[in-house]
Design a binder for this molecule. Structure first.
Ligand code: COA
Ligand code: AMP
Length: 635
């Protein structure tokens, strides 16, 4: 098939507003926009200013009204519990209305913030949609974060209520959520009025009714039986739909704010054009609702486009084996699968010859999409060979909410260049600038930026932190959004994303801040100074590695300090930080102005060529670091 990519991209470039208006016309609006794009509003302009809509209406009611109420909207498949369940659009609507009624009865109204701290269960998705229905703003927190991270988010968004569950399930262990939640609430300065707790069969949590705990299932059951209809609250297209916190360069996470109108327009466009799926087909993003991939492609994208989405409570390996993905693909007739390259590296490690792939009939699968971290060519080639379908790398960020660059399956695939997530999507004017802000020649490494305005669906600001958004994303390169990724655009316009320009690392497809980990290490009483860098890891892409300089008078056994620091990061950030490697060093390499040379340390650790920085204060320290790394098997 000849690709329509170029003409589509050019049609957007020629008339961006007409392009997005045509997409918007495919959705329902309670009031049309006064302006498709208002360049004077917001921090870089706002999409669909003056329009009113409701995202939940467009995900559910619109399809029911079109006669698709009995079609399957959601499939829940949990290899953790053995549960499998299908929900039609009618079923989801009923569940969402019941939850919306419960929220409303407990005083949650338009604009209020609701924290959702839940595992991968249908109620998590229904709760998100219930918030959207009444115009409340949800903020989902990933289950692998510690209590203090949860408390930070409760405080930052000023949560009115929390929706949670009694436990999450990890392979071989139950994670009790309630103690974490109670601890977070004790720490938080903002005290939510109610905590709704879904009791799971695997572990019941004692509820503190006197503190506002509510048994979620019982409350929802009452409303389900009542069948109370809850109409969709008209919200401005520019009103926030959700806040999703993501790692920044400090311990304070950034609350990415997504609006209602632009978000639904952009995501609906991507389903057919990037992912190549038609309404009614099954789309599966094997991620978690705690991440942006889960927001965009487990919940909103597929439901907006009328696809069936899969909620999978399991892991690529070990639940029970590396064939799980193929079982799900075969059993539910998945047409397009989206996951992180890490998941494939894990599958390949356990099933190198693809025996478990052949055990299932995955002939319905048309494409595999990878994102979240750099997709190494080896993994892509292995997946192509094993699955015999196109394997499509695409690049995006929590901030953008959808792909900046991709090989658009729906528009017709372009030739693959391994190591590149292909070409910019309509809406994104991608350029590469040097540090002074000048465009670099094609093929030259530099800062990847996106010409403003960002397209619909991208973040509009950070919650309560316009200035932080401006200073971290818009200021350095005036007129552009700074992606904080470094890379290349080649002669054919293909983008190559090489590395972050800040201290964010990608570990097992999870975005982590090494700065936040340094802050935690520095809390330990024996630590004088520390640096955390991401070092290459075959399975997880990168893993964090801490270098500690101890205070002079410390003469305790280092292994005890090591254990305490690892535990501290686990307690303060969470197990998801995967912080397990700690090394003792006498000094840290610095520039003459005192900046720690993390980039050079990383190159040494990864065994890459490196140059002695001209500004280094004492070059001998790099030799010391090399010796320590070698003694730990790195470099
Ligand atoms: N709740 C509680 N703990 C969690 C958790 C959750 N939702 N998710 C992860 N954790 C814990 C893990 O149990 C692990 O704990 P441990 O240190 O006690 O073993 C720790 O956090 C680190 O997890 P992770 O880095 O994910 O490693 P893993 O060994 O458990 O799994 C993979 C490795 C590759 C199978 C897994 O990371 C994976 O599926 N990655 C894909 C990620 C993804 O989908 N990203 C979204 C972008 S598309
Ligand atoms: P997150 O916000 O968690 O989605 O992480 C976004 C970051 O992950 C990006 O800024 C990149 O550094 C990295 N990333 C995501 N997808 C890709 C990809 N396809 N190729 C290279 N890096 C990627």
């Amino acid at each position: 098939m000849q690709s329509n990519y170029l003409e589509t991209y050019q049609s957007w470039m020629g008339e961006p507003e007409a392009f997005w208006k045509a997409q918007a016309d495919r959705l329902d609006w309670f009031k049309p926009a006064d302006k498709v794009f208002d360049g004077d509003a917001g921090l870089y302009g706002r999409w669909f200013a003056g329009a009113e809509t409701n995202t939940c209406h467009n995900c559910l009611d619109r399809h029911v009204a079109a006669g698709r109420g009995e079609d399957t909207a959601v499939i829940y498949d949990s290899p953790m519990t053995g549960a499998k369940k299908r929900y039609s659009f009618d079923d989801v609507l009923a569940e969402v209305m019941a939850i919306a009624a419960v929220l409303r009865n407990h005083g949650v109204a338009k604009g209020d913030r609701v924290i959702i701290y839940m595992p991968m269960i249908p109620e998590a998705v229904f709760s998100m949609l219930a918030c959207a229905r009444i115009g409340a703003i949800h903020s989902v927190v990933f289950g692998g974060f510690a209590a203090s991270e949860l408390a930070t988010r409760i405080d930052d968004c000023g949560a009115k209520v929390v929706i949670s569950a009694s436990c999450g399930l990890e392979p071989g262990r139950i994670i009790p959520y309630k103690p974490l939640l109670d601890h977070a609430l004790d720490m938080a300065k903002v005290k939510p009025e109610y905590c709704f707790v879904l009791q799971r069969d695997e572990l019941h949590a004692p509820l503190r009714y006197e503190h506002g705990d509510v048994d979620f299932a019982k409350a929802v059951e009452v409303e389900r039986i009542n069948g109370t209809p809850v109409a969709c609250e008209p919200v401005a297209a520019t009103d926030p739909l959700y806040i999703l916190y993501t790692s920044g360069t400090t311990g304070q996470p950034k609350g990415v704010v997504r609006d209602n109108g632009g978000h639904m327009v952009a995501l609906a466009w991507t389903m057919e054009n990037i992912y190549g799926v038609k309404p009614g087909e099954v789309f599966w993003a094997a991620s978690d609702i705690g991440w942006v991939v889960g927001h965009s492609y487990i919940v909103y994208g597929p439901l907006l486009a009328g696809n069936t989405t899969v909620i999978f409570e399991g892991k690529p390996v070990g639940t029970p084996d590396a064939g799980t993905f193929w079982r799900v693909v075969a059993e539910h007739d998945v047409k397009a699968l989206f996951t992180a390259p890490t998941a494939f590296r894990a599958i390949r490690r356990d099933d190198p010859d693809g025996e478990l792939i052949r055990k299932y009939d995955s002939s319905g699968l048309r494409a595999l999409f990878l994102a979240g971290e750099r997709a190494d060519p080896e993994t892509i080639k292995w997946a192509e060979k094993m699955l015999k379908v196109p394997v499509i790398d695409h690049w995006w960020q929590t901030e953008t909410g959808w792909a900046i660059a991709a090989n658009p399956a729906g528009l017709g695939l372009l030739p693959v260049k391994y190591g590149s997530p292909a070409v910019p999507m309509p809406g994104y004017g991608v350029e590469v600038l040097d540090d002074a802000g000048h465009p670099v020649p094609r093929g030259t490494l530099g800062n990847i930026v996106v010409k403003l305005p960002l397209p619909p669906g991208c973040l509009v600001t950070f919650w309560n932190a316009d200035e932080r958004f401006r200073s971290s994303c818009l200021e350095e390169f005036p007129g552009y959004y700074k992606t904080a990724d470094a890379g290349i655009v080649d002669e054919d316009g293909y983008v190559f994303v090489m590395a972050r320009t800040d201290d964010i690392i990608n570990c097992a497809g999870h975005r982590l801040s090494t700065g936040a980990m340094e802050e935690v290490c520095a809390m330990h009483p024996d630590v004088a100074e520390c640096a955390v860098i991401g070092i290459a890891d075959e399975l997880k892409g990168q893993i964090p590695c801490g270098f500690l300089v101890l205070k002079r008078d410390v003469n305790r056994d280092f292994s005890a300090i090591q254990r305490e620091i690892v535990q501290l990061v686990r307690d303060e950030i969470g197990p998801v930080a995967a912080f397990k490697t700690v090394m003792k060093v006498e000094r840290l390499p610095k520039t003459r102005s005192g900046k720690i040379l993390r980039g050079t340390m990383q190159k040494i650790a990864d065994g890459l060529p490196w140059k002695m920085p001209a500004t280094i204060d004492d070059p001998v320290i790099l030799d010391e670091i090399t010796v320590v790394l070698k003694s730990h098997g790195h470099g």
